[in-house]
Design a protein around this ligand. Structure first.
Ligand code: ATR
Length: 278
């Protein structure tokens, strides 16, 4: 059977997902296609009708439809329901079920190179409180680390994250200045805002003067492949983690849900980096 997979979003012409899932189909020795189904808000109902009629096995959902898609689903898993966002839809016997794989994809991407990083004594600082940060925050909390503090420009948005918590993990909401002052407390710092993204590659969300050199600094921005924040952290002797790995691992999780194949994709991280470097 040939798998019918794809992506909805707008704009998605430059998406790397078709390349990623073609690699996965090859690795799994499966027949299939992963197509782009682009459309603006007005076109969305027809795009989804087409996917229903075509009986696709599943599809990814990206900006700006991660929340809107919820209205078209038959079911959602608990994480997607709590986050109110879906990036993966699976056709389960004709019913569409929504999942959110961004947060768990992020965790897989960081555990692969740093297997001992997320422990019950680990203190994490999350920079940003947007859609990407929500999934990552929940996934980090589920790892039962000690602390996940959130720094954001608007504190209200970060305070809303407290309802996503499970277990005993502590969270303080900070300003960027407060976070800078206590930077040496953290084992992992995760940058989730768009600051530093092309074309504003010189921008850096916080200053790193108080960074410890055994802290891992992670940036989910992958265009450019490295950011001012990561280069600064590297100069100071800290360990760094680039954003494109998250893209790969959220895809791996989606692929697993569609095909039941659990692939080892670690070797594709460097291939994806080369592709991004062009
Ligand atoms: P995404 O879904 O990509 O996370 P988003 O939901 O629009 O996008 O969230 C963007 C995040 O980047 C937010 O944390 C936002 O901060 P505010 O909540 O204070 O708006 C942050 N952000 C974007 N541009 C920023 C800038 N120039 N300086 C500081 N933070 C910025």
């Amino acid at each position: 059977m040939a798998y019918k997979l794809g992506l909805i979003g707008h704009p998605i012409g430059h998406s790397l997902s078709p390349w990623i899932h073609d690699q996965f189909l090859d690795l799994a020795r499966l027949d299939g296609e992963y197509k782009l189904y682009e459309g603006d808000h007005q076109a969305l109902p027809n795009v989804l009708k087409h996917l229903k009629e075509k009986a696709v096995d599943g599809f990814n959902v990206t900006v700006p439809y991660k929340q809107v898609i919820v209205d078209y689903l038959d079911e959602m898993n608990e994480d997607a329901r709590i986050l109110g966002a879906v990036n993966t839809v699976v056709n389960e016997g004709g019913k569409w079920k929504g999942y959110s794989t961004d947060g768990e994809g992020y965790v897989r991407s960081i555990v692969e190179p740093f297997p001992n990083l997320l422990k019950n004594q680990t203190s994490v600082l999350l920079l940003g409180a947007g859609g990407a940060a929500r999934g990552i925050y929940r996934a980090l909390v589920q790892q039962q680390v000690k602390t996940v503090d959130i720094a954001n420009r608007s504190k209200d948005k970060a305070e809303a994250f407290l309802s996503l918590r499970t277990g005993e993990v502590k969270t303080s909401v900070l300003s960027y200045h407060e976070a800078e002052a206590q930077l040496s407390e953290y084992d992992l710092i995760v940058q989730t805002t768009s600051v530093g993204m092309k074309p504003n590659v010189e921008d850096q969300i916080i200053q790193l003067d108080n960074l410890r050199n055994d802290t891992v600094v992670s940036d989910i921005v992958y265009q450019p492949i490295t950011t001012s924040l990561l280069e600064d952290a590297k100069q100071r002797g800290a360990k760094i983690h680039h954003g494109h790995a998250m893209l790969l691992y959220q895809g791996q999780l989606a692929f697993e849900k569609w095909t039941n194949k659990n692939l080892d994709v670690a070797h594709l991280v460097d291939r994806l980096e080369n592709k991004l470097r062009g």
